[in-house]
Ligand binder design. Structure first.
Ligand code: NAD
Length: 356
């Protein structure tokens, strides 16, 4: 392992990285455990054909840190972790998932996995054959199934809070919203927005998903390279991370950014500050996209109740408004404000735990 990994771990304050290798099933995975102060590290497993192993490591490290803050700000007694599997998602197999499940099991509950990009409830079913430390398993197995509808609902609720702050009303009727990425989360989000009377544009790179979404909801498709040329009220990044970067910053004109993607800011401090300079209200990603985590956390905790989960997800509305107020009062970015609240809860609980 290179010094760079230790440097990154120290910089981002990670506890542990587990590197898993099984040539027989072609499994190459990285499990990143960021912080377990509040509880076991819960976070999904992403499968992606990374350009390099370094890219995969950086993704795992950044995503797991986000999970720590997501759980903390959502009031959950969970730590932050995330795993990435390096490889072509079309080549996933029973053997790969079961071998991966064994690696998860070897951590004895310190890390609990779930779905993420390119992984599904049926993949969790295979993992569950080898470990009980997995959530988001199908409903017919007693699980809560795909968490994406809850993530999408949380983003919708958070978007309404952004509208309330910017326009003085949370009515999204007529608002021009671009949903970038109409996958698991994006499709449900489009459904909520259409129902609320928003004028929805979508963009994606997957022809099938574009057709499914435009057929089902009669929304307008915009080519990815043109997406920020359109006059928008709200931009909802729901594909991959780092879409708020030096390039997009030149083009961004909409007053609100509120979407599901993790790690939307390419460089947190730099791009967070530039958004403030441009007068763009940014809903911190790990706060607005916490609905799915709230759902799988309820499943992991037992006694799952869908109505209670829905009410808990709706708390995102007030949390977003609180963060905007803190950001304004303290003259810090909204991302910094959210991290401050999350870190305070972690520090407070660590203090409590250090006493008899
Ligand atoms: P997904 O893989 O189902 O969907 C992602 C979509 O984005 C796909 O349709 C893909 O074709 C599209 N896409 C990829 N690159 C693109 C590009 N350059 N331009 C336009 N579209 C592009 O993933 P998902 O589960 O819907 O998650 C979306 C995002 O939300 C991810 O960043 C994920 O980490 C985050 N997130 C998801 C959940 C959840 O519950 N699924 C929870 C929290 C955060």
């Amino acid at each position: 392992m290179s010094n760079t990994v230790f440097q990154l771990m120290q910089e981002l304050e990670h506890e542990q990285i587990v590197i898993c290798n099984d040539p027989h099933s072609k499994l190459k995975a990285i499990i990143a455990i960021h912080n377990t102060t509040l509880g076991p590290a819960l976070g999904g497993t992403r499968m992606w054909n990374y350009v390099s192993d370094d890219d995969a490591m950086i993704d795992a490290l950044r995503l797991s840190r986000g999970m720590t803050y997501k759980a903390a700000i959502s009031g959950l007694n969970l730590g932050g972790g995330k795993a990435v599997i390096i490889g072509d998602p079309s080549l996933k197999s029973e053997a790969l998932w079961r071998r991966y499940g064994k690696f998860v099991n070897s951590l004895n509950g310190k890390y609990i996995t779930a779905e993420d990009v390119n992984t599904s409830a049926s993949d969790m079913e295979y993992i569950h054959l080898e470990t009980k430390h997995v959530t988001g398993i199908p409903e017919y197995m007693g699980g809560s199934g795909d968490p994406s509808p809850f993530t999408a609902y949380g983003v919708f609720v958070g978007m309404k809070a952004c509208a309330k702050k910017h326009y003085g009303t949370d009515d999204l009727q007529g608002k021009r919203v671009l949903v970038q990425g109409v996958g698991h989360v994006g499709q449900y989000l489009v459904g909520h927005l259409v129902e609320a009377g928003a004028q929805v544009y979508i963009t994606d790179i997957n022809e099938t998903r574009i057709k499914e979404t435009t057929d089902k909801f009669k929304v307008e498709f915009i080519a990815p390279e043109r997406m920020l040329d359109v006059d928008l009220d709200i931009y909802a990044p729901c594909a991959l991370g780092a879409t708020i970067n030096d390039d997009s910053m030149q083009k961004l004109r909409c007053p609100i950014i509120a979407g599901a993607a993790n790690n939307q800011l390419a460089i947190e401090k730099v791009h967070g500050a530039q958004l403030i300079e441009k007068g763009i209200l940014y809903a911190p990603d790990f706060l607005i996209n916490a609905g799915g985590l709230v759902n799988v956390a309820a499943e992991a905790g037992g006694a799952y109740n869908r109505e209670k989960v829905t009410k808990d997800v709706e708390k995102i509305y007030d949390r977003i408004l609180d963060i905007f107020a803190l950001s304004e009062n303290e003259k810090i970015t909204t991302q910094e404000a959210a991290i401050r609240i999350a870190q305070k809860r972690i520090d407070d609980v660590a203090h409590v735990k250090s006493r008899l």
